[in-house]
Design a protein around this ligand. Structure first.
Ligand SMILES: [Zn+2]
Length: 319
């Protein structure tokens, strides 16, 4: 992903004004207590994924990561589909694969919530062993742990929660209409996933969610009503101080989803570095497992669960 800083100040002013003037989110009390993720378990899954090595699109490491995701999700009862395609990139054709997981026995027509992340890593000539613990690893491990929690507690939500693992988020040379966000674009456009795009209430994209110094930076293009729901969920999860806005918009997997008419938010911490506000670990050999914490993964995972546990009515956009 990449951040742009040109966002007009007038939009910032309107966004903060509308946030301040709206009432509190409804919480679906009939859904029972909100479960919690096990941050240590999520971190263990991240380590399993990093064990696969570099996971750039088309690599053996990417295939290994897919197999580990499948093994964990299928063990708790998820049905996992793989959608493979040949992607033209600035460096030629690359075999890419998206993964989608759904729970069996969910009645048709339930409103869908998509939990999304990318599992690929950037191919960097200067860091051939780039493991990308936070950027691609953290969200993958957390989605695996969320899968375990939802397999136990998710079928009573009145929702059809599905988990998506996108390939090819990272650009080959430079982000543009023909480079980067390949997996999310494919999901947003392909006929084979049309049914997955029907009746989606909201898509929560997770990226770079493991930094021990967690500072979630919602992109400035987040819909105001959706940001409000994220912040309210963070409040209920007791981690509101770790959630704020980025300085600008961020180009990430939420963008193709929004362009396809899906309400999507990118829950991303784009301050991943050696000092507050810096992002100097991103796309370098400093993006390693020791920079992550179980607490941060639990914080983001619990915010996701708080969002889900308001149910359909609580997730709906304002009329
Ligand atoms: Zn990246």
């Amino acid at each position: 992903m990449v951040e742009s800083w040109w966002w007009p100040f007038i939009v910032l002013a309107v966004a903060s004004f509308s946030y301040g003037c709206q009432s509190a989110d409804p919480v679906g009390k009939e859904l029972g207590p909100v479960p919690r993720v096990d941050g240590g378990q999520a971190l263990g899954y991240v380590a399993q994924i990093l064990d696969c090595g570099p996971r750039y699109s088309g690599s053996a490491g990417a295939a290994c990561a897919r197999a580990r995701v499948r093994t964990v999700l299928e063990a708790s009862g998820w049905l996992v589909e793989e959608w493979a395609w040949t992607q033209e990139t600035p460096r030629g054709a690359v075999e890419m694969v998206n993964l989608g997981a759904r729970l069996p026995g969910i009645p048709q027509g339930r409103p869908k919530v998509l939990l999304c992340g990318h599992y690929d890593t950037k191919s960097l000539d200067e860091y051939p062993e780039f493991l990308s613990a936070n950027d691609g690893g953290s969200s993958t491990g957390l989605l695996m742990e969320l899968g375990s929690v939802l397999a136990q507690h998710g079928s009573d939500l009145g929702l059809d929660v599905r988990i998506l693992f996108f390939d090819g988020e990272e650009c080959v040379t430079e982000y543009g209409p023909r480079d980067g966000l390949f997996g999310s674009r494919r999901f947003a456009q392909a006929a084979e996933t049309a049914a997955w795009r029907e009746g989606v209430l909201v898509a929560l994209v997770l990226d770079m969610v493991g930094d021990a110094h967690l500072t979630v930076t919602l992109p400035r293009d987040t819909a105001g009503w959706l940001a409000k729901k994220v912040f309210a969920a963070a409040e209920r999860a007791g981690v509101r101080e770790a959630f704020g806005y980025a300085a600008g918009s961020i180009l990430d997997d939420h963008v193709p989803l929004i362009q396809a008419g899906i309400a999507a938010v990118d829950i991303i911490d784009f301050h991943y570095g050696s000092r507050p506000g810096a992002n100097d670990y991103w796309h370098t050999d400093q993006d390693t497992l020791d920079k992550l914490s179980a607490e941060s993964l639990a914080a983001v995972g619990n915010v996701v669960l708080e969002m889900l546990w308001v149910g359909e009515i609580g997730l709906r956009p304002p009329p």
